[in-house]
Write a protein that binds this ligand. Sequence first.
Ligand code: BG6
Length: 504
Amino acid sequence: MSATVSSGAGLRPEPFTLVIFGATGDLTNRKLLPALYQLFAAGRLPEEFTVVGFSRRPAEEFHAKVGEALAGHARDPGFARFREGFFYTQGDFEDADAYRRLSDLLGETDRKRGTCGNRLYYLATPPSAYEAIVAALGKSGLVGHPRRSTGGGWTRIIVEKPYGHDLESARALTRTIQGVFAENQVYRIDHYLGKETVQNLLVFRFGNGIFEPLWNRQFIDCVQITVAESLGVEGRGEYYDQTGAIRDIVQNHLLQLLTLVTMEPPVAFSAEAVRGEKVKVLKAIRSLTTQDTLERTIRGQYQSGVVGGRAVPGYREEPRVAPGSRTETFVALKLFVDNWRWSGVPFYLYTGKRLPSRTTDIAIWFRRAPHLLFRETNIKEVEPNLLLVKIQPEEGITLRFGAKVPGPAVQIETVDMDFSYSTSFRVPSRDAYERLLLDAMLGEQTLFTREDEVEEAWRVVTSILEGWRASPPDPLPTYPAGTWGPEEVDALLKRDGRHWHHWA
Ligand code: BG6
């Protein structure tokens, strides 16, 4: 028997126009266009679906890039129909005339294609352009009222990460956005929330009766959340050098995973209820003092090394990275959630580029059995139970427990009980962007971050950034590409009598 919890399941959006700012950029090519095509091919888009690209580059470049991104599908039935819905406006993001042209084009597509004044804007530009675009949309009358829009349709905006650079700049961006859009029109993307395995965390916790009673400080010893990447900065040196691992991964993806693991059960599976609980637990994460950052955070930068059998350059040798850069490509840290459920339980977060493999998972370590029953045997200690939630590339859940080795003596060995998405469901996981784009088209905000969630995450991260600024390590620890990070990272857990599960 199955049950459906997805609010968007099976629904088709109303006719609308998607306006992509930064339409000739990398994100549009790599993520948005393929996701849109998959939605179209799966019959999830309305016939009238229309895309308007907006960027500084000439129109031919946009159309060529769309062609390239979708080259593999050019012979598919229906492809020509999909392509017919693509339009373009060239212009500078700060130029009022360009928005007038955009407005005319939108009026025309409404008439020709029947898109009913419904507009979904997508900010796929560098973040430095966000405020100018939002302000210009407001001034040019391109944003309808949240409930009764001028053109008779709805207006929504999707904002890509990074959302600000620290708490201050995130608040400033929110002020600009809220000067033009109501919160129920704003969709802040964290693509991790679109991953099936991440959404399954909520189903695993709240759709089953047996785990939640154990989900607290009485039974859980610690939690380790890892986002390890084998990739380097992949041509994004300029962006990454201003950002670093803490802003690129911890502020959003890692804190979102932590939130889903620690939040209280929401009263309903609705955007307000789920996000309300997420904010509550984010508020309970303790900020770090400068002393805490010295004791509870480790950062590092990769040097040249070998990853997957291939020699790779060090971070400082990457194109468009400052030769003397002190940007961290690795962070490990320990956080505490100060509330009744989690008091005293450490949450260890771990992320880095150029690590030995791409592995995202959440390891939940339970407390050891309180009494050792097998004293008369050779067994000195029983291993604690581990619940491993595997997000990628493997997708599934493993429960590790002790079992008796067959034979006359009592001997215990740990064994794994495995659930794997691929063997249980036999359908490939869809890309996170497909799910998130569809939800925004349907007006479903649960998997998008609310303004106060983003701010709370920035509060925690800004406290670390301030601590780092006050006591910079000299020199910055390094690690050879293809290893699990700087040596110091082992000590962070060893002194707590624990070890990283992927180092074991
Ligand atoms: C992005 C970061 O948000 O997430 C990238 O900017 C990172 O640096 C990527 O590589 C990781 O996403 P995924 O889905 O490959 O784990």
